[in-house]
Design a protein around this ligand. Sequence first.
Ligand SMILES: *Cc1c(COP(=O)(O)O)cnc(C)c1O
Length: 402
Amino acid sequence: MKRSTGQDRKITSNWRSATQAVRGGTWRSEMGETSEAIFMTSGYSYDDAETPADRFAGKIPGMTYSRTANPSVQMLEERIALMEGAEACRCQASGMGAMSSVMLCQLSAGDHMVIAKAAFGPTRWVTDNLLPRFGIEVTAVDGRDLNQWQDAIKDNTKLFFFETPANPTMDLVDIAEVSKIAHARGIRVVVDNAFASVALQRPLDHGADVVAYAATKLMDGSGRTLAGAIAGDAQFINTILHPYTRNTGNVLSPFNAWVVLKGLETLELRAKAQAAAALDLGAWLETRLPRVLHPGLASHPQHDLVKKQMYAAGSIFSFEVDGGREQAMKLLNALQLIDISNNIGDTKTLMTHPASTTHSSISPATRAEMGVSEGMLRISVGLEDVQDLKDDLDAAMKSVGL
Ligand SMILES: *Cc1c(COP(=O)(O)O)cnc(C)c1O
């Protein structure tokens, strides 16, 4: 096996992110295949008895078992690290695998973490239900308000965690300012970057320590597989996260890793085209509906922050219809082209009602606090012609009297 990007375990290259997306982390076998190979193997065999002993002892590099490392998964890990500008990356079985691992690998009973309230539903389930069972204390703050981050800090605070843009309210968090507040007290900052992807936002460049992903979303890009990833400094990834992952088994299948590797090759093109289409659609919808939550629009209260930390505002946004849950459901049922689906980041445009789907596992009180209203709909814009999307929404809105 030969690598196209350098020596063993050293992830360095001067290529820019878009080049890394296509080339980064590639290993080639003696066959010289141009497309990355899928190593569907759980174990590895050795030429002699000393080799596995040396590998287990960490004296020589090489694979021992696919819960610890697998060539296809490692190609993806190196590619993601190179694209993010991170020293290392470890993949996980799903996005929630990544979010739960990134918390559990570093927190112990008696520790405290702070999370921005507006977050993916299952992430809030982990912080609200699971972590307290293990004696980990969590404070939820309005991520937009820097004072709340500052005031939430306690002597035992270990971790700040947030999504930006956040699901589904599209609240933004100022990555640089929140990181400054955290670092003044030695607190690690983790950003769930699933909504933007590295093509539109680079959290590590703005001061975050770790970036966590549902690679299920824009990274795969075609809605084929679940996958997760965590990238950051080598010390955190290799000595804190890796032992947790290899011993608890939250690892990615080599086949799924390959699907995401192929998805990354077109990430930049897709993310930028889908973001442009979402902005066009959002601006049009704003002429028809009272409330469109799209950070790329001047009407969004944090529009300036987009310019500070994002290349573009992303392909997902939300809007509200009058008439609550009933009217929102009617509108979904009237769509002909856009699919009713709670997934995001697909090439197909998808729409969902967050209160009854992605955010149904959290209490109505927490939902209200997060700003997830009964009349809210979220759209993930794909690669169809925008005019067809407008026509579909226009017909659906008219048919329900909007
Ligand atoms: C989808 C998503 C997750 C979870 O990813 P899965 O692969 O579905 O487990 C976490 N965070 C955000 C922001 C997401 O959109």
